[in-house]
Design a binder for this molecule. Sequence first.
Ligand code: HEC
Length: 322
Amino acid sequence: MVAKNLLLMAAAGCVLSVAGIAVAQSPSKAIILKPSPEAEAAEAAADEAAKAVAVSETISEDTKAEHAEAAPAADGAAPADHAEKSHDDAGTAHHYVAPKQNWSFNGIFGTYDRASMQRGFQVYKEVCAACHSMSRLSYRNLADLGYTEGEIKAIAADVMVTDGPNDDGEMYERPGRPSDHFKSPYPNPQAAKSVNNGAYPADLSLLAKARQGGPDYIYAILTGYEEAPANKELLPGQHWNKAMAGNIIAMPAPLMAGQVAYGDGTDQTVDQYARDVAHFMMWAAEPKMESRKRTGVKVFLFLLVFTGVMYAVKRKIWSNVH
Ligand code: HEC
């Protein structure tokens, strides 16, 4: 009897940990239980209440905005316009959720696709690197993508980096080495902003981990450019992007079909470029993902075997008692 219970508990433990791993893998796929009618009714009531609160908040914000406008009224209509616009932005900011893409690195056993990452690096180097730094990467990290030492030396040597000071106290330019970090297109953040209409092109090293949706979001931004709706007016340097919070982005659509010449015959479309560069950025943000997953699977197998061994030990020890 005790043995049976133990066995049941062990089995339940295994099932739970498998479920746990599955949920941990994709937080959005949490198990949703069907609510009972009462629970649904309660939820609806809560929703109504939330709406009421939201409405009253909007009203109080509106009054706040009015107060704010009242003060600089002498300046004319500009502040009013501004308040209205930020309201609009807040309204659209949270609606867009980047659709999930089918990445090779999804799931417990998912791995990176070396060929896609090499193409992604090519896209970064030839397109994005004009505006975005990726300063947490060194050229030697590219070995992970399957490049040989010679290839990496050549890639690094193609870039002139600033080094120094030399014995005369002066900085000088020299060809890059594998140990150098990726060269930034700007000397400092202020320079970056000043050539991009005041918007800062983020460092791309960790962006795939820093943004909700990760690579799905990056893909969505790169493929999300659209004509602005008729009732929205864009200022010079603004572009309409359905994936961007607030829909207005300072980055001009960076990719065009045929822009980057792939050597391996892969489609040269915006869609493919976006997938490859997002794949590359995911690796950059989490280069040890594959070994993390391998360790996880090993730990799980170990626990499984260990459960069996401990069960056998328990039976052996207790066998004389019964
Ligand atoms: C002409 C310069 C330029 C190029 C080329 C460029 N970007 Fe950008 N990018 C920007 C600027 C400026 C912003 C900031 C936009 C904003 O804040 O409105 C930006 C924003 C972004 C964002 C959104 C960042 C965030 O904070 O959520 C992503 C993702 C991005 N770029 C990826 C890329 C990728 C990938 C490439 C290469 C395919 C690329 N960019 C090429 C200038 C550029």
